[in-house]
Design a protein around this ligand. Structure first.
Ligand code: NI
Length: 180
């Protein structure tokens, strides 16, 4: 497994929708493993392939690491097939937006259909932080980032900070909260 460099905002690659995985083969399994290693190395709880510059619809998640556990989950071509009317708010961060957090409102519960690493079709119903995380990562596969859900004013502040941090080479710091 290899830790791959993260794509940090502002970066146009984050706004490009990823393509569907047609064949689940060893290259996809390697990609998913590299994504997990990259996510763990950066103290994240979720990562989409686009965040390492690969535009394939692949997502990894581990919400158990917040409590010191380890429960890696891999999703290929994940899509939301159902969501609740009830909403929840979570202060989201993102490995592509180091140290930037903002409240985002999303459906509280989602049902996600995906392929596992053997190419078998699966469905998962998620609530709580897993639901938030899956929606955040599926957004990534569609070229959408969490700041697209907040006001333009807040988004501009965050993007300006990151632009400045990148220019001055200050982006190396690891995030201090669980980030997706
Ligand atoms: Ni993210």
């Amino acid at each position: 497994m290899t830790i791959r460099p993260l794509v940090i905002a502002p970066d146009e690659r984050l706004n490009i929708a990823s393509t569907k995985v047609e064949v689940v083969d060893d290259s996809i399994r390697t990609l998913l493993n590299d994504m997990l290693e990259t996510m763990y190395a950066n103290d994240g709880i979720g990562l989409a392939a686009v965040q390492i510059g690969v535009h394939k619809r692949c997502v990894v998640v581990d919400v158990a690491v917040r409590d010191g556990g380890k429960e890696p989950m891999k999703f290929i071509n994940p899509e939301i097939v159902k969501n609740s009317e009830a909403e929840s708010v979570f202060a989201e961060g993102c490995l592509s937006f180091p140290d930037q957090y903002s409240d985002v409102v999303r459906p509280e519960t989602v049902t996600v259909r995906y392929l596992d690493e053997n190419g078998a079709e699966k469905t998962i119903e998620a609530s709580g932080i897993l639901a938030t995380c899956l929606q955040h990562e599926i957004d990534h596969t569609n070229g959408i980032v969490f700041v697209d859900h907040i006001s333009k004013m807040k988004r501009d502040i965050i993007l300006r900070k990151l632009k400045k941090a990148k220019r001055f080479g200050l982006i190396e710091e690891l995030p201090t909260h669980p980030t997706v």
